[in-house]
Design a protein around this ligand. Structure first.
Ligand code: UD1
Length: 365
């Protein structure tokens, strides 16, 4: 029987792989799971395995943090060794998303002649200053099977010359996970134990290097967000990268206007966003989750690799100019609470379609 090996590394990978692993398991497929250890904190990794019902990884490469070269290199060295020692050798390596672990694992597998499937293939911000964009482009061109979430992704791949026979549009796996867990998340009422009212607060996340690594840029953003916080409480679960930057005393004043909390688990965070009046974020996944939930979202970036969240969903890409952020937040708060349409194939069945595509690929191989 063919063996499928999934490689995850960072927080947003876990909710993408879970529905595919579950669907393959229902079909009796043989599977293994490798965690690269890019994210290692309980709050960034462990809690997601428990809540999403992911199996314990068969192997943890324990690579941890570092510069891009160090982190990517460490995944490559450790994953190559693991594949060379693997018995049996996997017939397919599945990599989700666009993090350093994704591209590193794809490159190792491809060089060993093991076919690669890319989950969430074809997304493009068309901004090569973004590390994830480089990871996406390289991974897509290494992959033998490209599982895409939306028509724009198929178009990007066609434009780059990726043969259509390699591409299968399966829909949004992250939204499978959201739909499966929403009732439990709602039942938690996480807003209550933060002393907030349903629909009466905003949720903020910030972790992109372009927004948080430069203290001046982060200071400008926090100033605008403190202004938004005059209109309604802004809850800010702080990513470890951002937490390190907030230690700068120059940022303390603006940060004090926000409700800073530790990174939350999947269910608590979903609970919180599901009842938010507004989401402010530079995350990719949260743009999609707010569209699926019908919660207005302001994306604090100059571009998005997820354009259907803008054309169909609740997302507005507003950039990082403080005046614009404040004005757009006011407009969102003055408008009707939720709107937008959930894009096609964000229906909770993407994992099933991805499993079908994987098994069809293995049958052909
Ligand atoms: C990575 C991904 C990004 C994704 C994000 C989700 C890349 C290039 N970036 O960014 O696409 O949106 O994950 O969170 O792969 N740290 C901890 N504990 C952890 C993990 C990280 O303390 O469990 C700290 C370390 O100080 C580390 C920093 O966070 O240096 C950044 O971690 P890293 O994995 O390098 O990148 P992210 O910013 O998390």
């Amino acid at each position: 029987m063919a063996l499928v090996l999934h490689v995850v590394g960072a927080r947003p990978n876990f909710m993408k792989v879970a529905p595919l692993m579950a669907a393959l398991s229902r079909r009796g497929a043989a599977q293994r799971l490798v965690h690269t250890g890019q994210h290692f904190d309980e709050r960034m990794s462990g809690v997601f395995f428990a809540e999403l019902g992911l199996p314990r990884p068969d192997l943890d490469l324990g690579v941890g943090s570092g510069t891009h070269g160090e982190q990517t290199g460490r995944v490559m060295i450790a994953f190559e060794r693991a594949l060379l020692e693997a018995a049996p050798r996997p017939d397919l390596v599945v990599v989700p998303g666009d993090v350093n672990s994704t591209v590193a694992a794809a490159l190792v597998a491809a060089k060993l002649g093991i076919p690669v499937a890319h989950l969430e293939a074809g997304l493009r911000s068309h901004d090569r200053t973004m590390p994830e964009e480089l990871n996406r482009v390289v991974t897509d061109h290494l992959a033998d099977l490209l599982l895409t979430p939306s028509p724009d992704a198929d178009e990007n791949l066609a434009r780059e010359g990726v043969p259509a026979a390699r591409v299968a549009r399966v829909g949004n796996l992250m939204i499978d996970t959201l739909r499966a867990h929403l009732p439990r998340a709602r039942a938690l009422s996480a807003w209550r134990y933060l002393g907030l009212e349903e629909g009466g607060y905003a949720v903020l996340t910030l972790h992109r290097p372009s927004n948080v690594d430069d203290p001046a840029a982060l200071g400008r953003l926090l100033g605008a967000l403190a202004e938004v916080a005059r209109a309604l409480p802004v809850v800010f679960p702080v990513h470890p990268r951002t937490r390190a930057r907030l230690a700068d005393p120059a940022l303390a004043g603006a940060a004090a206007a926000l409700r800073l909390v530790e990174p939350l688990g999947y269910l608590e965070f979903l609970s919180l966003t599901s009842a938010a009046r507004l989401v402010l974020t530079d995350s990719g996944g949260l743009q999609e989750e707010s569209t699926a939930l019908g919660v207005p979202c302001l994306t604090l970036r100059e571009n998005t690799e997820r354009p259907v969240t803008v054309s169909e969903g609740t997302n507005h890409v507003v950039g990082t100019d403080p005046g614009r952020i404040v004005a757009e937040a006011r407009r969102a708060l003055d408008g009707a609470p939720g709107r937008g349409r959930v894009p096609a194939l964000w229906d909770g069945q993407a994992g099933e379609r991805a499993a079908d595509a994987v098994l069809a690929f293995l049958a052909r191989a």
